[in-house]
Design a protein around this ligand. Sequence first.
Ligand code: GLA
Length: 745
Amino acid sequence: MFIYFHEKTRTFHLQNEKISYIMCVLESGELAQLYFGKRIHDREDFGYLLEGAIRSHSAYPQDGNCGISPEHIKQEYPAFGNGDFRQGAIEILQKNGSRSCRFRYVSHRITAGKPKLSGLPAVYTEEDGEAQTLIVTLEDTVCGAELELLYTLFADEGIITRSARITNRGSEAFHVTRAMSLCLDLPDNEYDWIQFSGSWARERFPVTRKLDIGITQIESLRGHSSHQQNPFVILKRPNTDEVSGEAMGISFVYSGNFRISAQVDPYRVTRILTGINPTWFSWKLEEGESFQTPEAVLVYTDQGLNRLSQIYHRLYRERLTRGVWKNKERPILINNWEATYFDFNEEKLLKIASKAKECGVELFVLDDGWFGARRNDDAGLGDWVAAKELLPEGISGLSGKVEALGMKFGLWIEPEMVNPDSDLYREHPDWCLHVPERTPSLSRQQLVLDFSRPEVVDHIHGMIAKILRESKISYIKWDMNRSITDCYSVAKEPERQGEVYHRYILGVYDLYERLITEFPDILFESCAGGGGRFDAGMLYYAPQAWTSDDTDAMERVRIQYGTSYGYPVVSMGSHVSAVPNHQLGRITPLKTRAEVAYFGTFGYELDLNRLSEEEQEQVREYTEFMKKHRRLIQLGTFYRLQSPFEHNESAWMVVNEDRTEALVGFYRTLSQANIHFSRIRLQGLDPEKTYQINEEGCCYGDELMHAGLVVSDGTSGKTGEGILPPSDFFSRLFLLRAAEKDKPE
Ligand code: GLA
């Protein structure tokens, strides 16, 4: 047992080797938060941590009890309107127009393992001993709402998952207008808040700011988690860096509208709230019905940011990703998008595939443009039938031919969308999200299908499943190329319109679940105009995601570096593309493009026929290299070493489990003349082992970690015979293997 309940003080202590999470039931019946952080001893009474002394001029005690004022205590799941003037976790609109509620403790239960969240993505356990779950039941007797707060503590790591379930036990329907997944009141605000922000083609750049009095908040109101903000935040102490110090992460396992906020009150208490964005959200609960919130994953460590990331990486690789692709090296693919865009036919595709096969590539992926009238992005979305003029024998014919070459076949779909110029739209104009009598906003000439309607999801499922049944398909790239506007479903009554955003994403999850159940061997890669839906929710269905539409190598160093804070290397789709790069026009060496793309799933996004013989030979070598080392890269322990956001030279590395092998990637954006010698201090090695570095020499692990790996080429910007000319966009890999002999020469 590692979840304790002390009867006398009604105190819960969730404790494992790493962390403690403590709360208690107040006399009034409400839940108060006492502590979250590094493991501390258990005791009967932690009441002194409540800090509930009455302050003059601003106390609003409850039930005539002058001992406690809601505004001045750390609460576990507060409602607004009862004297806590901070943002609340829950709000319920009742028949009489009131939004007041107060939840008081009724009972609790502690179970082994972790319950599933029906219809929602969530981390899971494989054996009961891996975790324990506490469910605290509270009620509001006036409106008849029951609230269950779910806490799962993992046995071996500083991980707690949280969610809430609201059930209508009363006799009148009500609307839940806010139901956060996590509320956490921390006793001070000495934190740097790190969010991962950007836009299309520059996703998840870390942005750091000090928490101060007031509200710091990120959110999405785009119907998907978005390029602009990611549902993941880190709070770190000011002195915390990659290798040491306290940090906590809040990761939201959800792909729709979200909000994560930190509100610092005048007494410097910090309230973290995470959940479905309350804007335009409301959910009607009839008698007996329940609403389950998505899950938030809270992680704490006192060992720095790399450790924090590694806890998420492992959890998401092993207890969020499901199916046959979990813990499995990913196929090296070639995707025709940047090679052809919409300009292709079967012959052209097979030429690209054959050359790729010759270069050792394992999977050919046909991107956009293969169906209906989709000869450009004006038409065809919704008509998931192969265009005969391009593919005379359809997808089944083409997939057979690709398999005959000795490669697997993959296909692009964008199932949530419809072009007005499509048969689907002409037949069902009301199947898209739109507000009656208003013209919906088109983006990329497309509208969003109303996935809150089961019949729409069924129809799309029918079309996609048919292709998958008829053809030899090993991989699906599931795209989503516009945000949601005009969020209204003509199939729902007015008072249920607040449900549409969330029902939409439940529809997406449902379609995924049906497809992965029927086709368990298919590898799904999610995509939303690149990295617009790169979130933990998606990883439950699709084990990898297209990280960004920006394939420029130097930009990818930054995008992949930023993404690595919350998500594992094996989840990041990363390809070598052509130069000049299609997004930036930049010309980077082929070697650099490969050495960046290695740190992800690896593949190509160009026509290899257009490369010179010499370059094709290089491609063969790169593909071979990745095949040899992908297990280490994709499933090893990843460390950020030097940030491309702060330095011209950056580095990262991966180490295998027994610390006998490691690979370091070093990147330099611009070359400079006559500069310093660079060393990078490595991490995660065995200090006692000696490592062979490429073919060049040997060093002890402790030398490499403390004195550092010498990464400059020794010329310091000189040019001349026998010296590598300095170049921009330079990269270098260092493969380290524990040497047989125990002493370096
Ligand atoms: C999105 C994706 C690209 C490509 C195009 C096709 O932008 O991110 O990779 O699939 O759509 O239209």
